[in-house]
Design a protein around this ligand. Structure first.
Ligand code: ZN
Length: 417
């Protein structure tokens, strides 16, 4: 089945009679990787594909530009020599439950090891998960050390104040029947809506009901682990966890309208500290910018908030988002815990999140949460008081006072300058 030169002939996999013997069956949740089958979505041999979409889905268009410019050989197959994970992760019982992990492929980690025979037969199977190690240099962490909150132990925090981590990149791989079930809808309806909302990009969603897996063109999730990754699955080891949705403006650029970066750094400090006292820490970073509404919508909302009569106010915080975006929040945290189940997590001792949606999704997925940690007041930037008070008033978890009525309306942000 070796296919070194990609043919100009385009195979539209839009008829369910286009099943080839090379296309391996997938039995999602089967504990034997060979019986479960590898997800094959590479383009070097379209006859072997058993999934809709393509790897690194959100980058497929850039790959296309590289091919169009003549700089990238479409027949290229990655040389996976020495790319395997430096630490062992799984398999865990959660990998064998077809309802626990539905939005990523646990066997997408080091497929060259799990499916060696198939690689030898020429199958072009690509990893959808990769693990590596790194050192973090963060000024908030340096400050925590300088102020005596965090110590340099030479293991988690080194003498030069670097924090040692294991980091894991996870691409989305969606098993559609179980995703539909979790959303409380039927698979046919979900496939039809996904097809329509993506502008008809993936006709197979409609025409190939036999293909159950889709690699959607959305961002990946990155996980940072502090301490021993194997400890994440041990409920007797103290675990500190922050589940963080991307906010580029705050996380990277330090924009002061929200609490995203301060909360993230607080989570990192606690994760490192927890690892130092024999526990383990995890930060899961989901590419769901602007409550999964996108940054353009987010910036429009900022302007609408600041220009409304009476200025930016905690009392109208959620309403302004809904006016522009149609919903307050498009994140639907139902699939977020899949990443935690990938690491076999059963118990979280300290959950750094004020979101009830996140808490409910985690607990609803069968993970026990002992303690919820909200961001301390002194870490909240002045202009972010609007967001914070609005969230508290809307029932987000916190241990402090909740403002109502006029008091809530009196929490104001900066005007447009
Ligand atoms: Zn933010």
């Amino acid at each position: 089945m070796e296919n070194t030169k990609r043919s100009e002939h385009i195979v539209l996999a839009t008829h369910s009679n286009l099943k080839y013997p090379e296309s391996l069956p997938l039995d999602w949740g089967n504990q034997d990787p060979i019986k479960r089958g590898p997800v094959v979505a590479s383009n070097t041999n379209p006859r072997a594909r058993n999934a809709i979409g393509s790897h690194s889905g959100s980058y497929a268009v850039f790959r296309a530009l590289s091919i169009a410019s003549g700089k990238y050989k479409p027949s290229h197959k990655p040389d996976l020599n020495n790319t395997f994970s430096p630490v062992k992760i799984g398999p865990y019982p959660s990998w064998n439950d077809s309802t626990k992990i539905v939005s990523l492929d646990p066997w997408g980690l080091d497929p060259q090891l799990h499916f060696k025979d198939l690689f030898d037969k020429g199958y072009d199977i690509r990893p959808s998960i990769a693990v590596t190690q790194a050192h973090l240099q963060l000024h908030e962490i340096h400050e925590a050390i300088d102020k005596g909150r965090l110590k340099m132990d030479g293991k988690v925090v080194l003498a030069n104040k670097d924090v040692k981590v294991t980091k894991v990149a996870i691409e989305p791989v969606w098993y559609l029947p179980a995703m539909a079930a979790r959303l409380g809808t039927d698979e046919g309806s979900l496939r039809r809506i996904l097809f329509t909302e993506s502008g008809g990009m993936y006709p197979e969603l409609i025409t190939r009901p036999d293909l159950k897996v889709w690699l959607p063109p959305i961002g990946s999730t990155t996980v940072y682990i502090f301490g021993n990754p194997a400890d994440l699955s041990n409920p007797n080891v103290e675990l500190s966890c922050r589940v963080h949705d991307e906010c580029n403006g705050s996380d990277v650029f330090g924009s002061d309208i929200c609490t995203c970066r301060p909360y993230l750094m607080y989570g990192i400090e606690h994760a490192a500290e927890c690892a130092q006292r024999g526990g383990v820490g995890i930060i899961a970073y989901y590419r769901k910018e602007g409550r999964a509404l996108g940054e353009v919508t987010k910036f429009l909302v900022y302007n609408a908030r600041k220009r409304q009569e009476g200025g930016d106010s905690a009392a109208t915080y959620f309403k302004r988002t809904e006016c522009v975006a149609g919903v307050e929040d498009a994140r639907f945290q139902e699939f977020m815990p899949d990443v935690l189940h990938f690491f076999g997590i059963k118990k979280i001792h300290h959950l750094h999140s004020m979101s009830n949606m996140k808490y409910d999704a985690i607990v609803g997925s069968g993970i026990e949460v002992i303690n919820r940690v909200s961001i301390p007041d002194h870490l909240i930037p002045a202009d972010a008081q609007v967001e914070m008070e609005a969230k508290k008033a809307a029932g987000y978890f916190n241990k402090g006072d909740v403002k109502k009525g006029e008091e809530l309306a009196s929490v104001k942000g900066r005007d447009i300058e």
